[in-house]
Design a protein around this ligand. Structure first.
Ligand code: 5GP
Ligand code: MN
Length: 338
């Protein structure tokens, strides 16, 4: 790890043109990390471009310099012409290139050095430099540690600190999840010392609902949640039609999957969303229930031990749920322990 940090530091110092990439369906951690790091690299006089595979949810669009990023799904042509200019490509908050498919398809033949900074398990060996650490709250926190290791904290300013703090705040759901290490709070404290407006950030990301979104949440919890006591499990499922009815936008389901876990005795929770041609699955768990293994083995997905996701392309919403229910008994030893 120390070696990788040294190597990346050296590579950044040598590079002039750097492409910074987030993952598909960007969340606060990837957006905060990518924008924060690119602002820092720009301060080092690098020619730096940010790209996200698809657009960022509304509640993150206020982040400094979001407006300068290129959304790959809208601008494949532009990216295609730009990509040969970049000698260094840095991905943040993902562990395999398939999480930023439409970007990495374009860089296949490029000679650029490819790097990831990430906190998911099992980083893909495809990357030339891998800064991977699971014992952190978020990629944003890991990015701060990297900046510290390089002695670049003097470059951090209000905007950069705002981006990085937003990454930590969103990935930990306001320091509720995966935020038990002193170092996470020490990092947050250091970021606060740049004068950032924590309350405003909290409002922007967690308290900017539309009325419709709150009604959607109410509907999902009242009408579309099923609890399986026997398996300490709960799930929420929504069809295409229901999503349309509530004018569902990316980001509207943020945090929804966590609700069943707040019921006493529930230790695994899933969310099934019927999208255009596949079912998107999110899963959260408590203790040692391996959410990522369930997704990896059965739903072409992955993630962390307690927070993972996947996709099902061959089954209907009902069939996907049926498959999930059938899988639960094979995790009996995890689910039935208290
Ligand atoms: P979410 O449920 O919030 O979309 O994702 C939770 C975690 O699972 C994130 O860390 C994310 O990177 C990972 N994840 C979500 N969907 C997928 C997927 O389709 N494939 C993989 N490999 N990881 C996913
Ligand atoms: Mn993350």
């Amino acid at each position: 790890m120390k070696l990788a940090i040294e190597k990346l530091k050296e590579t950044i110092l040598k590079s002039e043109n750097i492409l910074v990439v987030g993952h598909e369906n960007p969340d606060g951690d990837t957006v905060g990390s990518v924008l924060g790091f690119s602002l820092l690299l720009k301060k080092m006089k690098k020619n730096c471009l940010v790209t996200f595979p698809n657009d960022v949810p509304e509640f993150l669009k206020w982040l400094p310099s979001y407006n300068e990023s290129v959304i790959a799904s809208d601008r494949q042509d532009k990216l295609l012409t730009l990509i040969p200019n970049y000698e260094l490509i840095i991905g943040l908050d993902f562990n395999e290139k398939s999480r930023a498919k439409n970007v990495f398809k374009l860089v296949e033949n490029s000679k650029a050095i490819k790097v990831i900074i990430d906190h998911h398990p099992y980083p893909e060996p495809y990357f030339d430099i891998i800064i991977s650490e699971q014992e952190v709250s978020s990629t944003a926190e890991l990015l701060y540690h990297f900046i510290e290791s390089c002695n670049w904290t003097n470059l951090i300013d209000y905007n950069i600190a705002t981006c990085i703090f937003t990454g930590i705040l969103t990935d930990t759901l306001s320091f509720n999840v995966n935020a038990f290490r002193p170092r996470t709070f020490e990092t947050a404290a250091k970021l606060l010392s740049y004068g950032i407006n924590k309350d405003q950030i909290q409002q922007n990301v967690f308290e900017s609902f539309t009325e419709k979104r709150l009604q959607f949440l109410g509907y999902a919890l009242y009408k579309k949640m099923k609890i399986l006591r026997e398996w300490s499990a709960g799930y929420i499922y929504l069809s295409k039609e229901e999503l349309k009815e509530f004018c569902f936008q990316k980001g509207d389901s943020e945090g929804l999957v966590n609700y069943p876990l707040s019921i006493k005795g529930i230790r695994v929770a899933a969310l099934f969303l019927e999208r255009e041609n596949y079912i998107k699955i999110s899963i959260r768990s408590k203790g040692n229930i391996p959410a990522n293994e369930i997704m990896m083995k059965h739903f072409h997905g992955g993630g962390h031990l307690n927070a993972a996701g996947g996709e099902e392309y061959n089954l209907s919403l009902e069939e996907t749920i049926e498959k999930f229910e059938k899988i639960l008994p094979s995790y009996k030893s995890y689910l039935q322990q208290q």
